[in-house]
Structures are given as structure tokens and as C-alpha cells.
Design a protein. Structure first.
Lengths: 334, 389, 329
């Protein structure tokens, strides 16, 4: 995909990712992929379909079920001059590689006094909503965002799926990219050239004046949907797509709340000790005097995500929860 | 040449150890690497080696002793000690408090889209409870934030809820008043003047005026006093305004606050706005209305916030002169004592006349005694020509 | 060449190897002293007794090879050519240290010599070695990756995963297992159902050999053999070096798990004594040679200590530097 191709075309989130991977492989011979079932199987979510046939086994490497080893190998290969893109099938399995991610990838640069940097990209599917049960439904973006040394990005839109990978490869730091599994089939327009995507800024996806809905990942669309419904009753919600959880773009969030004076953070992680709590604390620090109401959080209920459909729905943040939170916040003022 | 053998540190969290046994005695020769003692730690007994060579001179610590790391355990003579053991070790891991990195600076924020008063949620809630209009309040917190204290200071001059204040509320109010008064005494260099004033002309005039007036139109001495102060304040603006940020700003309007102490510890000072321009009947009517509303607890924020000078009166108590405390940020307060029959000299002869003591406490940063005397003279003279008020 | 012939041992070679081992021994002994005096802090894991492994293996490596190790890596760092000044300054926590004082004893890094740490997590370096080897292979370079680890790491899942991955993807890594029989305080038989490492390795399809880790010539010979193998075939190999740790696991270890007699008997079989005795028997050296080399080593250590003492600490203002790589993307 080069700049001469028409930009406004309709593709899926999955296709956008695949195109981005393909472009990276074409552009730089040191880029290679590692992960479980990314080659012959075509990828658990079909993101890497066709890449093995095009680029061969040396560069599209099917890994055994050894998360720690192949993530560590990704780090070692990055130290050795390669640009590996490691796919961990889902965030749920990443825990097996947590030692390599936290104790090696995140720490090496600082601990070596700046000698070693780890230009490694790790892609992970994340999130819940398909009745796949507790061990397959985690949202751990907040956990990972706690760790200095990592960059954490959460592409929600087609443009970001298309462009964030390229942006990540321009850095020499470990970047973890979270792809919500419900987004792979999403269709949309590719509107921005990939070259323009940055991974350090949040974006206001919908302007509003009554409340700021601050979110990331698939929850973005729930917020947009809630905003649309609220508009019908005269409430204009501003929706911010954080896009990067580490570093967090404080400025965009601050400016928004200065306009609206009310903030609700929508986060699919569990409520306590999560990224929503971090954003709430920052809002208190930066815009305390602009707030007309305490910051609210709409998050997952603190239970392992259940299988039964109605229970799973009740456990996760939904559009209705967001709307209720906004209404309650506005009523409080009266 | 003596060298010292000290209790070593053997682990990151070892602060002390117990000497279990010596492996050497005075007179023994030791070389680098010899085990000379056994030390007990949390983990168990560890053989401790010596890093110097020489002859043991003296064992300074007995087996069984529990000593901190670094304690000298024995003395040796012989070889030059190595630099390491004799030098005072630099504690490289000690954090020097002065060198802790400063917290990352807050990012520069773009200007707020709309101009918005900053008020803490607590202050806002209290203002709401008291019926205070916060848009008129200037905050004293950093960045002009309106704080709880700002609201409480105003509350000192207003009546809170209609019911008799509870003991807690009284306590709170006293505390707030006390705080305000302490601050005033601390920060404002008060000077005090007093002038006795013969009230007979004013009284005659009042009696005459009231004899032909209906009950609602009757005037009380307080109206005269208040008007006299307002006129003086208008004529001598150095007593009428606010002292802020180390400068005095005179006010073009004269709003005279009437300090009213009430039962239950309440202290209010609502203002008669533009007192210098109002007629005596108007002032009287406002005073009456004020009294009613003060009792009922319905004060308006502007009344509480806008006094440019205050008058306090203990007319009922039999007190002569007062030495009142200025309400910051004002710069003067006038006190009226009781109108008492006293000996007075008229035309060289002593008679009995109604005399009122007028007291002035003023801010010496703005005026001095000479000006103060002029101010009192102005009031005095006004009361000698009540028909002109 | 699978065994070193006596005719191939020369005085020059012997004294060179002895000197390297003495440099490590003197450095480590000095660290013990400095630690006891509070100059070196945190955790300290000394290499006394295992010098022949690091020195022997390093003889077989080239500058382009990549090395990873454990928290007991001073010896490997010295043998690889990282200067003592940089090392000692790092232990003192000074900016002139190889990692600006940020790593300390367990995290020695030196990219100039392709020394990638220094790792406090047992088994943590194994996947890194696989990745470093993979990088050599994919970029079609001639280097290999060498991974030093203790036998305790074999219990970690990462050992199994890394051996499998290296063998499966045919990655040029030499895995050097320093079997000193104790993982901290736990003897090998108490943690492995199958205590024979070679028996364990046979399941991976990786060439695996064992060597007497106290004999530096034997280690050197075996290492040359195996690194040549890895270099030419591009597949991994495994070397067990049977050795012994003469000092405690770390400074704060009362060694309740092994007897003093056992330690003493190993002291008599240590690498320095072993080499010295052999060279003397072959009339290739005399005691004066030993003393001379020891003096030179101590002088080098003295210089390093002085350098470290005088070096400045990193400014606190730099605390947040290098969280990310510097320089705009």
C-alpha cells in the first residue's frame, strides 16, 4: 500500500492490520513475525492470512506454545538488530511471558544505562463479549500500562489499525498493541494516510459540551453509541479515544474537561485499581477546579467474566450503563 | 600500626549481628582470608573472614554481644591496613534529600475556553447552604481559588439557618470569628482615637423630628450616627476602602457595615449601601428592615461582602469608648458607646449633657493619628448640625 | 580435537589462562571485602571456583558473538574483556560504571563486547540467547550466541521452551550449563527427578557434552569443539561444565546446606590449584610465576577500586533518562 493508492476505501479492521504487517515486511528485511499459528493456520483471528505464502517460513515463524521463549527470543532478536513483531494470541496467554515483558523488555534500556534498547512490537488480542469464559476474556491493558519502559497502544478505528503499527516501528522501544477481538470484523473507511498516525496523542472522536467520555479500544464505539442516544435528549457528550495508555495524553483530556466540566471514564478492565482510576486521579490533579461533579468510572464488574450470555453482558460495561452514568451525573447538579 | 576489624555487612538488609565465637585470640597471627569469627544473623551462623594481615592485639567484643554493622570487634597490629577498611566508607546508597529529583512539572495548559471562577467543591457546597452568591466572592486560595475559609469568613457576617444555632455551630462560628479577629490583630497595625461628643443638639433635633412623625418614620440615634460616619468616610476616603496586596484602594462608594452581635454567638455586619447618599428616613427604614432580616437569617450576599467601613455599637451596655477590631480588608472601624448623661463644660460652666464617646480604630499603614482626629472631628461636627444630615 | 594433548599445552598458553583466572579470583575476593565494608551493596554472587568455565569458554569465542549470563557474571564479564574499572565503578553505583551505576552486580551490560547481561531471573537469559542466535541466522552473519546459566535454571519452564525452540528453529546457540550442584541452597538431586543433565538433554535432539569444569584446558578444548560445531552447522549445542562454587551462594548465606568438609575438599580441586599443579608438574612454571601474576592481578584490582572510589554518581536529575530510547523516532 503506497501513497498513490486511493485512501478512502472500505476495509475491515483485520484487513487494515494485515496490510500494515505486509507493508512493514516489504519495507524492512529485518522485520519478521513470530507467534502461534500465524503461518499455516493463517492466524487465530486471520490477521496474518496469506503472509506465510508471500514471505516464507524464515520471516513468518510459527512458534510452539512457548510464550516465554518466543517473547524472550523476540527481545533477543531485537537486541541483535532485527525488528520482530511478536503475536501473542491473546492477552490471556501473555501472562506466561510476563517475566520477559516486564523484567527484560521494559527494563533493559534503563537498567543498562541506555546501552540496550528493545525495538520489539508485541500484538495481542484482548477483551470480552463472545462468551469465551473467564480465562479468555481479560482486559489487562491497565496492568501493562503500569510498567515504565513499555509503550501501550489501543487502536480502535480502521485508521489506527492501519497506521499504528508503522508508527510503532519508528520507535526503538517495546510497544504492545492491544486489538479488541470484537473489532476484527468491523468495517470502515480508511481515511488517513498511515504516515500521519502518531502513537502519543489521544483524539476527540466526537465533540460535545456536557460531559467527557474518556475511553479506549472497543469501548469507543459503545461511547459513541451512547453519545448518539444522549443527543436525542439534548445532552451532548464529548468522546475521547485515548489511543495510547502509556504514555497517556493528559493534555487532550484536560482540555476536554475544561470544556465540559464532567468526566466519565469507560474501561473494560475491572473497576478497582485500573486505568480508569489512574485517569480519575489525574483529572483530580489537573482539573479539580473545573469539575462540577466527581469523576465516574464505568468498568467491568469485579468478577471473572462468566459464560452465560446475560451474565457476561451484565459484567461488562454496556451502552446503557454509560447513558445511566451520564444522566445520574447531570441530575446530581440540579 | 593498628588496624580495626569491624562487624561486616553480609546482606542488603543486615543491620546488626551477634558475635557467636572468636576463632582467634590476642597474639595470634592472621592473614588475609582467615576465618576469625562466627556471626549469627537471621539466616544462621556465618563464618567471617578478615581482609587484613597482622597480629591480634585485643578482642573488644565478647561472644554473645549483639552489635550494629560497623562496630569495631578487634584490634590488630601489623601490616598497613588496606584503604578500604580504614577509610570512612562513603555511603553511596544514601539518598541525599536535597538531591531528590523534583516532580515532573505540570504541562502548560492552554487558556480555559471560558472564564470561570475557581471554587473548591467544599466552598461551593457551603456557599449554597448559606445562600451566598459566589460570583461576588474573591478567592484567596492559590490562583484566586475560592476556598472554604473565604466562605466561612463571609458567614461570620451573615446569619446562618433560621433556627437557633446548635452548640456545634456556635462553636464553629466562634472559631471562625476568632480566627478572623486574630488575623486582623496580627496583620493590621491598629491605632486608636476617641472623642467625646455632646449629643444634646442631635437629641433635641430627633425629639422635634419624631414628635411630628408617624411611628414608621421615627428616627433613632443610630441613623444619625451612621449617616455621620458615611459622610465622614466620603469626605476622607482614606478611611473608606480595602487594603489588599500591600496597597490601599479607596472605594468610590461608601457602604457602611453595621456590626450586630446577636444571641448565640452570631456576629453579622450587613451594609447600608451608599449610606452617604441616602436620606435619614431611608437609612432608618433600612436599619429596621435589616434588623428583621438579621433575626430571620435572610441576608443578601452583597450586603455581607460590600462594606467599605464598619460601625459597631454597644449603646445598650453602658460602655463609653471602645477599642474595636477592624474587619479586614477594611481600614477603619468606628465605635459608638452609650449616650450617657455626663458633666460637660459649656461657656465656661459645668452642666449635665448627653455625651457619646466616638471611637476610631484605623489601619496605621493607611492613615495616622492626625488624619484620624480629622475623621472623628468630621463626625463630631456632623452631629452638632443634625439638620444637615 | 576432543582432548587436549600434553604437547599442546605451552607455558605461554598456561600462564595466559592462569592470569585470566587469577584476575577473576582477585576481583571476586576484593568484592567480598568491599561488600563487608559496605562499599558494594544489594546482592553479591561471587564466582570463586568456577573461573575455569568462563575463561575456558571465552577462548573459543569471537568479538562478533553475543553473550548472556546470570547474576553471577563478574567472571564472564572480566574474561570477555570488560575492563575492571568499568565493572568496579558499576558495583560502586557510579556513573562511570558500565550501566551508569543503575544495574549493579547482577546487571552487567556492555554492548561493545556484545555482553547482554547479567540477569537476576533464573532462566531469564535462555530465551534471549535463542533470539540473539536467531538474529545472527536471519541476518546471515557468522556470530553465535552463548548462554551461561546454572543447573538450577533447568527446572524452569523457560529452559525447556528455549531448548526446544532453539533446536526446532535450528538457531546457533551454545548453552553452557555451570553445574555447581547447588541452586542457592538446594542440591541437584533434591530438585531434579533425573539428575543427569546429559540424560535430560537427550530428549531435545541437541548435541550435549559434559566436561570437568575445574580443568581450564579441558573446558577450552571442549568449548572450541562445540562452538565450531555450532558455527558451522548453525544448530544449537549444550555443554555441561561440572564445577563447584567455593563461596556461598551470595554474601548473606550461612551455607547450612553443605558441610565445611565438602567445601574444603573442593578447594583442593579448584581451577587455580588444578592448573598450577599441572603446569608445575610439567615444569612449565614455578611459584614465582604465580606470585607475579597474582600481584599483577591485585594491582589491576587496586587501580579499579581507586577509580571507582573517585568516580562520581549519576546525577539524580537523570533518573528518568533512558526509560525509553533517546532520540526522536
Amino acid at each position: 500500500m503506497n501513497a498513490a493508492e486511493p485512501l478512502a476505501r472500505r476495509i475491515t479492521y483485520r484487513d487494515a492490520l494485515r496490510d500494515a504487517l505486509r507493508e512493514a515486511l516489504l519495507r524492512d528485511p529485518n522485520v519478521f513475525l513470530m507467534g502461534e499459528d500465524i503461518g499455516r493456520y493463517g492466524g487465530c483471528f486471520a490477521v496474518t492470512k496469506g503472509l506465510l505464502e508471500e514471505f516464507g517460513e524464515a520471516r513468518i515463524r510459527d512458534a510452539p506454545l512457548s510464550e516465554s521463549a518466543f517473547v524472550g527470543a523476540g527481545i533477543g532478536a531485537a537486541l541483535g538488530g532485527m525488528r520482530p513483531i511478536v503475536e501473542i494470541m491473546t492477552v490471556n496467554f501473555s501472562l506466561l511471558a510476563l517475566d520477559q515483558i516486564l523484567n527484560t523488555a521494559a527494563t533493559l534500556c534503563h537498567m543498562s544505562g541506555g546501552q540496550c534498547s528493545v525495538p520489539l512490537v508485541i500484538r495481542m488480542a484482548t477483551g470480552a463479549g463472545r462468551q469465551v469464559g473467564a480465562q479468555h476474556s481479560h482486559s489487562l491493558e491497565g496492568w501493562y500500562s503500569h510498567i515504565p519502559g513499555l509503550r501501550i497502544v489501543t487502536p480502535a478505528t480502521i485508521d489506527d489499525a492501519a497506521g499504528m503499527l508503522k508508527a510503532a516501528l519508528a520507535y526503538r522501544d517495546p510497544v504492545i498493541m492491544f486489538e479488541h477481538m470484537n473489532l476484527y470484523n468491523m468495517q470502515g473507511e480508511l481515511t488517513a494516510p498511515a504516515a500521519n498516525v502518531d502513537i502519543e496523542r489521544a483524539i476527540v472522536r466526537r465533540a460535545g459540551r456536557d460531559v467527557s467520555l474518556i475511553t479506549y479500544g472497543a469501548s469507543l464505539f459503545k461511547c459513541l453509541s451512547a453519545a448518539e442516544q444522549l443527543a436525542a435528549s439534548g445532552v451532548e457528550a464529548e468522546v475521547i479515544d485515548l489511543r495510547t495508555l502509556r504514555p497517556l495524553d493528559q493534555q487532550t483530556v484536560t482540555e476536554s474537561v475544561q470544556r465540559t466540566h464532567r468526566a466519565i471514564v469507560v474501561d473494560e478492565g475491572w473497576r478497582s485499581v485500573g486505568i480508569a482510576a489512574e485517569i480519575s486521579a489525574r483529572l483530580m490533579e489537573h482539573v479539580f477546579y473545573e469539575l462540577d461533579a466527581p469523576v465516574q468510572r464505568v468498568c467491568s464488574v469485579e468478577v471473572p467474566v462468566p459464560y452465560a450470555k446475560h451474565m457476561e453482558e451484565a459484567a461488562l460495561p454496556q451502552v446503557a450503563h454509560i447513558i445511566s452514568a451520564v444522566e445520574a451525573m447531570l441530575a446530581h447538579d440540579k | 600500626m593498628t588496624s580495626e576489624f569491624r562487624m561486616p555487612t553480609l546482606g542488603p538488609d543486615m543491620e546488626s549481628g551477634t558475635l557467636v565465637a572468636w576463632q582467634v585470640k590476642p597474639g595470634d597471627t592472621v592473614k588475609h582470608g582467615d576465618i576469625v569469627a562466627q556471626v549469627e544473623t537471621d539466616k544462621g551462623v556465618i563464618d567471617v573472614e578478615i581482609f587484613a594481615a597482622g597480629t591480634v592485639q585485643k578482642l573488644l567484643v565478647e561472644p554473645g554481644a549483639h552489635v550494629p554493622v560497623g562496630t569495631v570487634l578487634a584490634q590488630l597490629s601489623g601490616e598497613e591496613p588496606t584503604d578500604v577498611t580504614s577509610a570512612v566508607p562513603e555511603r553511596i546508597n544514601e539518598i541525599e534529600p536535597a538531591r531528590v529529583a523534583p516532580a515532573a512539572a505540570l504541562p502548560t495548559l492552554p487558556p480555559a475556553v471560558q472564564k470561570r471562577q475557581k471554587i473548591s467543591p467544599a466552598a461551593r457546597a457551603r456557599a449554597h447552604a448559606l445562600g451566598i452568591d459566589i460570583s461576588r466572592v474573591t478567592g484567596t486560595g492559590a490562583g484566586a481559588v475560592v476556598t472554604l475559609e473565604d466562605i466561612n469568613r463571609l458567614a461570620v457576617r451573615s446569619a446562618p439557618a433560621t433556627a437557633r444555632p446548635s452548640a456545634d455551630q456556635v462553636h464553629d462560628m466562634r472559631r471562625v470569628i476568632g480566627k478572623a479577629m486574630s488575623r486582623s490583630k496580627r496583620e493590621i497595625p491598629h491605632y486608636y482615637l476617641s472623642m467625646d461628643c455632646c449629643f444634646s443638639k442631635a437629641r433635641s433635633w430627633l425629639e422635634q423630628h419624631n414628635s411630628s412623625a408617624s411611628i414608621e418614620q421615627r428616627l433613632l440615634p443610630s441613623a444619625l450616627l451612621l449617616k455621620a460616619v458615611a459622610l465622614a468616610a466620603h469626605a476622607l476616603p482614606d478611611f473608606n476602602g480595602y487594603y489588599k496586596d500591600e496597597a490601599f484602594v479607596p472605594s468610590s462608594d461608601v457602604h457602611v457595615g453595621m456590626a450586630i452581635a446577636m444571641r448565640g454567638g452570631r456576629l453579622v455586619a450587613p451594609a447600608i449601601l451608599n449610606g452617604d447618599q441616602k436620606s435619614l428616613p431611608a437609612i432608618m427604614s433600612e436599619l429596621r428592615d435589616l434588623a428583621t432580616r438579621v433575626r430571620a437569617g435572610h441576608m443578601r450576599a452583597t450586603e455581607l461582602a460590600l462594606s467599605t467601613i464598619t460601625v459597631t455599637s454597644l449603646a445598650e451596655e453602658g460602655v463609653g469608648s471602645l477599642m474595636p477590631i477592624i474587619y479586614p480588608p477594611q481600614v477603619a472601624i468606628v465605635g459608638f458607646g452609650s449616650i450617657l448623661e455626663q458633666p460637660w463644660v459649656v461657656g465656661g460652666a459645668v452642666c449635665v449633657a448627653p455625651v457619646i464617646a466616638i471611637s476610631l480604630a484605623a489601619d496605621h499603614r493607611v492613615t495616622d493619628g492626625r488624619a484620624g482626629a480629622r475623621f472623628l472631628r468630621h463626625i463630631h461636627d456632623a452631629l452638632q448640625a443634625p439638620e444637615a444630615l | 580435537m576432543s582432548a587436549l594433548l600434553e604437547s599442546e599445552i605451552t607455558r605461554e598458553r598456561g600462564l595466559h589462562l592462569l592470569a585470566q583466572m587469577l584476575r577473576i579470583r582477585c576481583f571476586e575476593d576484593r568484592c567480598a571485602e568491599l561488600y563487608s565494608a559496605g562499599k558494594i551493596r544489594g546482592f553479591l554472587h561471587l564466582y570463586n571456583g568456577e573461573e575455569a568455565v568462563a575463561v575456558g569458554v571465552m577462548q573459543s569465542l569471537q568479538p562478533a558473538d553475543a553473550i548472556v549470563g546470570t547474576y553471577r557474571e563478574h567472571g564472564h564479564a572480566i574474561a570477555r574483556g570488560i575492563g575492571m574499572r568499568k565493572l568496579m565503578a558499576e558495583l560502586f553505583g557510579k556513573q562511570a560504571g558500565c550501566c551508569r551505576g543503575r544495574g549493579g552486580s547482577m546487571h552487567i551490560f556492555d554492548t561493545a563486547t556484545r555482553f547482554y547481561g547479567g540477569n537476576a531471573i533464573v532462566g531469564g537469559c535462555l530465551p534471549l540467547a535463542v533470539g540473539l542466535g536467531l538474529a545472527e541466522k536471519l541476518q546471515q552473519r557468522n556470530g553465535i550466541a552463548v548462554c551461561f546459566f546454572g543447573e538450577g535454571a533447568i527446572a524452569e519452564g523457560e529452559f525447556h521452551e528455549s531448548m526446544n525452540l532453539a533446536a526446532l528453529w535450528q538457531v546457533p546457540v551454545l548453552f553452557v550449563c555451570e553445574n555447581n550442584y547447588y541452586a542457592m541452597g538446594t542440591a541437584l538431586e533434591r530438585s531434579e527427578a533425573q539428575p543427569s543433565l546429559l540424560a535430560k538433554l537427550s530428549g531435545y535432539g541437541v548435541r550435549a557434552e559434559s566436561v570437568d569444569g575445574m580443568d581450564v584446558f579441558a573446558v577450552e578444548a571442549r568449548a572450541c569443539d562445540l562452538t565450531n560445531f555450532v558455527r558451522t552447522t548453525g544448530v544449537p549445542a549444550f555443554m555441561e561444565a561440572r564445577t563447584y562454587r567455593l563461596r556461598a551462594h551470595s554474601m548473606y548465606d550461612p551455607q547450612l546446606y553443605r558441610s565445611k568438609e565438602e567445601v574444603k575438599s573442593w578447594e583442593q580441586r579448584g581451577p587455580l590449584i588444578t592448573l598450577t599443579r599441572r603446569l608445575k608438574d610439567m615444569r612449565l612454571m614455578v611459584e614465582e610465576d604465580f606470585l607475579r601474576l597474582q600481584q599483577a592481578a591485585n594491582a589491576e584490582v587496586d587501580d579499579a577500586v581507586q577509580f571507582a572510589e573517585q568516580a562520581l554518581p549519576e546525577p539524580v536529575e537523570d533518573l528518568q533518562r533512558f526509560v525509553y530510547a533517546e532520540g526522536a523516532p
